[in-house]
Ligand binder design. Structure first.
Ligand SMILES: Cc1cc2nc3c(=O)[nH]c(=O)nc-3n(C[C@H](O)[C@H](O)[C@H](O)COP(=O)(O)O)c2cc1C
Length: 188
């Protein structure tokens, strides 16, 4: 059966390295249907706004997550933490708590940076947030991409580094298995 995987990029930057990494995933397995889920139109989270009913961009965002079998977040790190736009989006998607679209959703976390620590702090915070929401975060496989600017073909705007491609391929295989195994546990 074709699996559908949603891709969220935690950077809104045109030319984002993290988006290029996410784009590379889409070329790695023809049997997966990838869908981009964008953050640009989401308002800042505000419980007053939510009380009046989700704004249209928020309902669209939530239903896009609901419709995919799994979600992969590819995000930078800002000031040793989760980028604000991504945290804002996860806060919207976390509601209503315990029955949100992220509740029990298989989620993978990847990050890339021109720096040397591969977004380790950001990934810890993203995982912490997702675990609070009770998403099923892929626990054992991690991809932390350092010096990403040296791994990208900047003219073509594609991932050029073969080693990183192999890591991503393995990650994708593991994530596919994670989706299948978690859903079989859910139906038991
Ligand atoms: C406000 C800000 C804070 C940043 N803090 C970090 C950081 O803590 N760790 C890190 O590795 N890179 C940090 N960076 C550099 C980003 O990794 C870099 O800008 C990266 O290209 C952003 O990802 P993108 O290319 O997907 O947009 C920071 C960048 C900005 C704009």
């Amino acid at each position: 059966m074709t699996q559908t995987i949603g891709l969220i990029c935690g950077s809104l930057r045109k030319g984002s390295y993290n988006r290029i990494i996410a784009q590379a995933l889409t070329t790695m397995d023809d049997s997966i249907e990838f869908r981009w889920i964008e953050l640009n139109d989401l308002p800042l989270f505000n419980e007053d706004l939510e009380a009046g009913g989700d704004p249209k961009s928020v309902s669209l965002f939530k239903s896009s997550i609901e419709e995919v079998d799994g979600l992969i977040i590819v995000s930078p790190e800002y000031n040793s933490g989760i980028p604000g736009v991504l945290k804002n989006a996860l806060d919207w998607a976390s509601r209503p708590s315990k029955s949100s679209v992220l509740h029990r959703k298989p989620v993978g976390v990847i990050g890339a940076t021109p720096g040397g620590l591969g977004t380790a702090f950001s990934q810890m915070q993203i995982r912490q947030t997702l675990e609070t929401i009770q998403a099923h975060v892929l626990p054992f496989q991690k991809v932390l991409i350092s010096q990403v600017h040296e791994k990208i073909d900047t003219d073509q705007k594609v991932l050029a580094d073969e080693k990183t491609k192999r890591y991503l391929q393995v990650y994708l295989q593991q994530f596919r298995l994670w989706i299948s195994n978690i859903s079989s546990l859910e139906t038991k």
